[in-house]
Design a protein around this ligand. Structure first.
Ligand code: SAM
Length: 284
C-alpha cells in the first residue's frame, strides 16, 4: 500500500518511526482494518494480533511481524522497543497513531495500545506424523471462531502439537479466533484439509499405530475408561451436527463424556478441553 511519510524522525532503532498517522483514510489503516475480512486475509496471507504480551511472544517464537500499529509516543517503552527491533528484522513498518485509529483497526471500544500484522503459517497434512508425547486435535467443520480460539488455547495448554481443520471451518486467523486463542495460535500448528484427504491420511496414521479417538454422544465408552496409549488424534464433531458416520468409522475408539444434567451435550471447546486433559492425566 502507498504510504506517505509526513515527517521522518530518526531514533535509536533501525526501523524508522514516521510521524503519527492521523487520518482514517490512510492506506495502512485501511489495509489493517480490512484484515477483519477473510477475503483480505487470504489475499495478503497476513493476520492481526492484539496486545503487547502476545506480539512479543509471537516474535520470540520466530514469527515475522510486518506491521506494528501502536499508540504514538510509546516507542521508547521497553516492550515496544523490542517489537520495533523485530519489525526491523522482517523489514516491516512502524505505524504510530492515535487511540481512535487503533480503535478503528481493532473495531473495539477500548483497543489494546498495540497491534501487529503477522504472516500466517500453515502446516501440510503430509507433515503430520504420530507423536507419542504430543496429541493432535482434528475438528470437523468447526464454525464458531470463539470455539476455535478456545480450542487452540486449550490445545496449547495441554501440550497438543496442532489442529487439523477438516472441510469448511471458520478461519483460525480471524481476529475473533486469534483473540480467543490468547496467543496460543503462535504455538500450535494449523493444518487445513478436505474430508477425503483426511480419510486417506488416517490410513497412514493408523498404519503407524496412531489412534484416532472420536468424541460422540452415541458412543458407549465413558472417556474415563478409554485406552489413551500410543500416539493420539482427538477427533471432534461440528457444533450442530456432531461427527458424521463417515468420520466415526475412522476412529479406533469412540468416547462419550457423561451428561448428568439436563443439557444433551457439552460445548465443543469444553468437550475438547476435558478430553485433552484426560489424555494428559493418562500421560503422568
Ligand atoms: N447435536 C450434536 C450431536 O448430536 O453430536 C452436538 C454436538 S456438540 C455441541 C459438539 C461436539 O462436541 C460433538 O460432536 C463432540 O465431538 C463433542 N461433545 C460434546 N459433548 C459431548 C459428550 N457429552 N460426549 C462426547 N462428545 C461430546
Amino acid at each position: 500500500p502507498q504510504f506517505c511519510y509526513i515527517a521522518l524522525m530518526k531514533n535509536n532503532h533501525h526501523v524508522t518511526i514516521p510521524a503519527p498517522i492521523t487520518s482514517t483514510a490512510n492506506a495502512e489503516v485501511k489495509f489493517l482494518r480490512a484484515l477483519h475480512e477473510r477475503k483480505y486475509r487470504r489475499q495478503s496471507g497476513w493476520f492481526l494480533a492484539e496486545g503487547t504480551r502476545i506480539c512479543n511472544e509471537a516474535v520470540a517464537l520466530g514469527w515475522d511481524m510486518h506491521r506494528l500499529a501502536f499508540l504514538a509516543g510509546r516507542d521508547n517503552e521497553t516492550h515496544v522497543r523490542k517489537l520495533l527491533d523485530a519489525l526491523d528484522r522482517a523489514d516491516g513498518r512502524a505505524l504510530p497513531m492515535s487511540e481512535k485509529l487503533l480503535q478503528r483497526i481493532s473495531r473495539k471500544d477500548n483497543p489494546q495500545m498495540l497491534l501487529g500484522a503477522f504472516r500466517q503459517k500453515w502446516t501440510d497434512l503430509d507433515a503430520v506424523t504420530p507423536d507419542l508425547s504430543r496429541p493432535w486435535v482434528a475438528l470437523d467443520r468447526v464454525r464458531d471462531p470463539g470455539n476455535l480460539g478456545t480450542i487452540m488455547r486449550s490445545a496449547d495448554a495441554a501440550g497438543a502439537k496442532g489442529i487439523i481443520l477438516i472441510d469448511d471451518c471458520t478461519d483460525p486467523y480471524s481476529v475473533e479466533a486469534v483473540r480467543a486463542s490468547m496467543g496460543a495460535i503462535f504455538n500450535v500448528e494449523i493444518v487445513q484439509c478436505n474430508q477425503s484427504d483426511f480419510v486417506a491420511f488416517t490410513q497412514q496414521w493408523t498404519n503407524q499405530n496412531g489412534q484416532i479417538i472420536g468424541t460422540a454422544l452415541p458412543a458407549s465408552v465413558d472417556y474415563r475408561d478409554a485406552d489413551y496409549s500410543g500416539a493420539l488424534m482427538i477427533l471432534m464433531g461440528n457444533e450442530q451436527a456432531g461427527l458424521p458416520p463417515s468420520l466415526m468409522q475412522l476412529c479406533t475408539q469412540l468416547i462419550r463424556l457423561p451428561m448428568l444434567g439436563r443439557s444433551d451435550s457439552l460445548n465443543l471447546a469444553v468437550a475438547t478441553g476435558v478430553t485433552l486433559y484426560e489424555v494428559l492425566r493418562n500421560r503422568r
